[in-house]
Design a protein around this ligand. Structure first.
Ligand SMILES: Cc1cc2nc3c(=O)[nH]c(=O)nc-3n(C[C@H](O)[C@H](O)[C@H](O)COP(=O)(O)OP(=O)(O)OC[C@H]3O[C@@H](n4cnc5c(N)ncnc54)[C@H](O)[C@@H]3O)c2cc1C
Length: 206
């Protein structure tokens, strides 16, 4: 798999293609069809890093020049213009990016596993298997889906009971965490239950 958020050689039709994209902007993920994939890409990479921050710095700089004020103001304007651009702020009503979708999906999956029966019926097992096998076929981030499908093939889901399923899911999530350079999670039952079902012992989530 290509590294995340790095244009690669595979594809997906984006909802909105990047502007005049002969070559996609840096940070866009290319889907399995060779096209830029918006839902596979983090919002911060949807647009080039932050035009508005440098605009703001530029206007600060010109306003201090216009008023002819102190060297301190000029130095502040210079510092602002050289500062690392801020991350774009994502309005609440935007469609999900790869991170918002991922967080919501993991929440759904881990919570579903946490409340799955310890002794599921054959029908419950079949439903759970159906859900997990449907994900790689339907997940909107196609590069994530393809990758997750390979993980599910390499490690078939253990739907024998709540504990086994939660651990299986934790391990798959950790594989994605590692791929993205994130910290891994302790897959001990107590830790999973604390995070996804019971909350911490100090009662702070009760
Ligand atoms: C099936 C799937 C595949 C994905 N593939 C990709 C991909 O290929 N590329 C990409 O850029 N993004 C992918 N994502 C999204 C990515 O995994 C994250 O969801 C996203 O980057 C946001 O990360 P986050 O740091 O907010 O926490 P998330 O990884 O979304 O985790 C949410 C919360 O779950 C808890 N947690 C973390 N790890 C575990 C674990 N192992 N077990 C139990 N709980 C845990 C933590 O409390 C964390 O805050 C995928 C998401 C899903 C659901």
């Amino acid at each position: 798999m290509p590294p995340e958020n790095v244009p690669a050689s595979s594809s997906e039709t984006p909802n909105t293609p990047p502007p005049a994209a002969a070559k996609p902007p840096p940070g866009w993920v290319i889907g399995p069809d060779g096209k830029p994939c918006k839902i596979c890409t983090a919002f911060r990479n949807w647009k080039p890093r932050n035009a508005s921050a440098s605009d703001a710095a530029g206007s600060k700089s010109s306003s201090s020049t216009n008023t002819g004020t102190s060297a301190a103001a000029a130095a502040a304007a210079l510092a602002a213009s050289q500062a690392t651009p801020a991350e774009p702020t994502r309005p609440e009503n935007c469609p999900p990016d790869v991170e918002v979708l991922g967080r919501a999906t993991w929440t759904f999956l881990h919570t579903t596993a946490a409340y799955y029966p310890e002794k599921p019926t054959p029908t419950q097992r079949a439903h759970m298997l159906g859900l997990l096998h449907a994900l790689p076929a339907l997940y909107a981030c196609s590069s994530c889906a393809e990758d997750f499908g390979e993980r599910v093939r390499a490690h078939p889901p253990d739907v024998s009971g709540r504990g086994a399923l939660s651990r299986w899911l934790c391990e798959r999530h950790n594989e994605v965490n590692e791929k993205l350079g994130k910290k891994t999670f302790d897959c001990a039952t107590e830790k999973l239950d604390e995070r996804w079902k019971d909350g911490p012992a100090d009662g702070s989530c009760d």
